[in-house]
Unconditional design. Structure first.
Length: 181
């Protein structure tokens, strides 16, 4: 079984994916590990689209049971039929942005105060993430995700709101037991 977990940045896709993978004995793949070159500082250079899609596809196809976290909307048509289940996480912008701000502070610490480039990159990232719920935004957005969901061949599970992580796991397990197992 192949599962995708996606949503806005800060919605908890990686956290849920890692926990589900651990509990269910699935391989966990994070789209960010294929999207970004390994750089210092991180998240500054993208892997070319064709290469990242090819690499992630190979990693997914090498596994019988895998969970991928991340948005694959712009990665090509292969991803429309690659999954048995797609889990869409939606969280209020206020909570997401608070989580992202906390994550940036934890990840970069004092560098946010003392490194002008790191501070500018962090500020730009948070501004980008804040646009997710803007219907006019052309980047990764709720509108883009809703349009993509209509094209997916997989079963869809929507998890809305700031639910406890274990509650999300129970939703997924219940859905799998009732629909796909």
């Amino acid at each position: 079984m192949k599962i995708l977990i996606f949503g806005a940045s800060g919605s908890g896709t990686t956290t849920l994916g890692k926990l589900l993978s651990s509990k269910m004995g699935y391989t966990f793949l994070d789209a960010d590990d294929f999207y970004w070159e390994k750089t210092d500082p991180p998240f500054t250079e993208k892997v070319p689209l064709a290469l990242r899609s090819k690499n992630l596809q190979a990693a997914l196809e090498a596994e019988k049971r895998a969970i991928i976290s991340g948005s694959l909307v712009t990665w090509g048509d292969y991803w429309l039929t690659a999954f048995d289940l797609a889990i869409f996480l939606h969280l209020s912008p206020h909570i997401r942005l608070q989580r992202l701000g906390d994550r940036e502070l934890k990840r970069y610490g004092d560098k946010l105060q003392h490194d002008p480039d790191r501070r500018a990159n962090s500020k730009a990232f948070l501004a980008w993430a804040a646009k997710y719920d803007d219907p006019e935004f052309e980047g990764r957005s709720i509108r883009q995700h809703e349009d993509w969901i209509k094209k997916l061949s997989s079963a869809i599970l929507r998890i809305e709101g700031d639910l406890d992580l274990e509650e999300k796991v129970r939703f997924v397990e219940k859905f799998l037991n009732e629909n796909l197992v």
